[in-house]
Design a protein around this ligand. Structure first.
Ligand code: IFM
Length: 455
């Protein structure tokens, strides 16, 4: 098995993607929209989480973020300038249904009309994600994803979106990164709604799976031409050491991170260790409700995970130390393009669906002040993205059915618990003035899309 360092890089200019390969960028509502208390938007669990002391760096929040709610026109112009074929955004459930269910917010509906129409006018295909972590607080008050009724709430929300936007939006994703928001929100307690409880976590996993299945049915029934998918965070899980306890912990970590959602949704069963634990929450017919045919697999990939045993953690696993030899991104994540290549090939073999890379990107950390300008010459990000595109090309050449790639992210934005310290954008955002400036990576991506950049 060749080690990462032994893989020859592709020669510059050996770029070999078909003309219909889709190049895009992704964002999410809470991370960029701002206007948190404007035009009738209701509170989400992330608004609440940000108010909890010490949970988000510097007490940052998404109240203003990139002010995309007001500046979406300027942002569409940026996308047009970059030559994006598609833009993946998420719809904000609390902006559309302020309490999560019940009365609809007309101003919220109008906002996404304007955004979608603007994208279409610019020749950019809108890809809508129904859920990127911003559960309405009103629903969390009723138990959120731990309440089995959440599947029905989500189906009703999906119906509202499908009816309103289905005439213009063909590409739909039910959820973004199922495993991340359930693990962080209900097991580790590091994200909203900040719970750490086994039963709550298992219920959340199962109900989110049921919600996915219900939404797929709603989308199909309402938008017959819809191409429906789901977006999973897939990162190879490797033990941080050869110790048997680290190997065992990492095997469970892998089931939770990589398999707990796509396996039941596509293969019709939970992975073995989770299947046992989830049994008490299963009702007759549930697996058929979850396993609904979908059209594409969305993969968000960044870096491999190194797992280790930790008896103090809820499930006995936690993130372990990275091998010393592995290069790291500006936020300390491993840089390992071969892991990406293997992930793409592995997904094709396991699920046999067309694949879209719906997130891939590189984080940097910058302090406030003039140092932020260093961000503009983001060579580390260019190298990472070029390495990813080359890995994707190798995977395609080996038979992986990868049809599109969305960089994370179009803009620097609210990076959850890291607040605004961590920047993933190819476009720099000066949060004091809301000025947008193309970084070197944005110019490189534009050239790549035009077929002018080497990888
Ligand atoms: O910013 C997040 C995004 O919301 C989900 N995927 C990972 C990104 C970087 O951490």
């Amino acid at each position: 098995m060749p080690r990462p360092a032994d893989k020859p890089p592709l020669a510059a200019g050996s770029f070999d993607f078909p003309s219909d390969f889709l190049w895009g960028a992704s964002t999410s509502a809470y991370q960029i929209e701002g206007a948190a208390a404007e035009d009738g938007r209701g509170p989400s669990i992330w608004d609440s989480f940000c108010k909890m002391k010490g949970r988000v760096n510097h007490g940052h929040n998404g109240d203003v973020a990139c002010d995309h709610y007001h500046r979406y026109g300027e942002d569409i112009e940026l996308m047009k300038d970059l030559g994006l074929g598609a833009y993946r955004f998420s719809l904000s459930w609390p902006r559309l249904l302020p309490a999560g269910k019940g009365p609809v917010n007309p101003a919220g509906l109008d906002f996404y009309d304007r955004l979608i129409d603007g994208l279409l006018d610019a020749g950019i295909e809108p890809w809508a994600t129904l859920y990127h972590w911003d559960l309405p607080q009103g629903l969390d008050d009723l138990g959120g994803w731990t309440n089995r009724d959440s599947a029905g709430w989500f189906a009703d929300y999906a119906l509202l979106c499908a009816k309103r936007y289905g005439d213009r939006v063909r590409r739909w994703a039910t959820f973004n990164e199922f495993s991340v928001f359930t693990l962080f929100g209900y097991a580790f307690g590091w994200g909203a709604p900040s719970v750490s409880d086994r039963a709550a976590h298992l219920k959340a996993i199962h109900h989110v799976n049921l919600a996915h299945g219900a939404a797929v049915d709603v989308l199909r029934a309402t938008v017959p031409r819809a191409l429906v998918g789901a977006i999973h965070s897939v990162q190879p899980c490797r033990p941080a050491s050869p110790a048997p306890e680290d190997i065992a912990a990492t095997s469970l970590f892998n089931e939770h991170w990589n398999l707990a959602f796509p396996d039941p949704q596509i293969l019709g069963h939970y992975p073995p260790q989770i299947a046992q634990a989830i049994e008490p929450y299963l009702q007759a017919g549930d697996m058929a409700r979850i396993c609904r045919p979908i059209d594409w697999f969305g993969v968000n990939h960044y870096a491999p995970i190194y797992g280790k045993a930790d008896p103090d953690m809820l499930w006995g696993f936690v993130f372990g130390a990275l091998p010393e030899t592995l290069p790291r991104s500006g936020v300390g994540w491993p840089v390992d393009p071969v892991a990406f290549e293997e992930t793409l090939s592995g997904l094709t073999d396991r699920y046999h669906l067309p694949i879209y890379v719906t997130e891939n990107g590189y984080g940097t950390q910058s302090a406030d002040g003039p140092r932020e300008r260093d961000e503009l010459d983001d060579r580390g990000r260019v190298a990472y993205l070029a390495g990813s595109v080359a890995a994707m090309q190798r995977a395609r050449q080996a038979g992986a059915d990868v049809r599109g790639y969305f960089v994370w992210s179009l803009l620097d934005n609210f990076e959850w618990g890291a607040g605004y310290d961590d920047r993933f954008g190819i476009v720099f955002v000066d949060f004091a003035t809301q000025e947008r400036i193309l970084k070197a990576s944005a110019r490189w991506y534009r050239d790549l899309i035009r077929g002018k950049a080497g990888i």
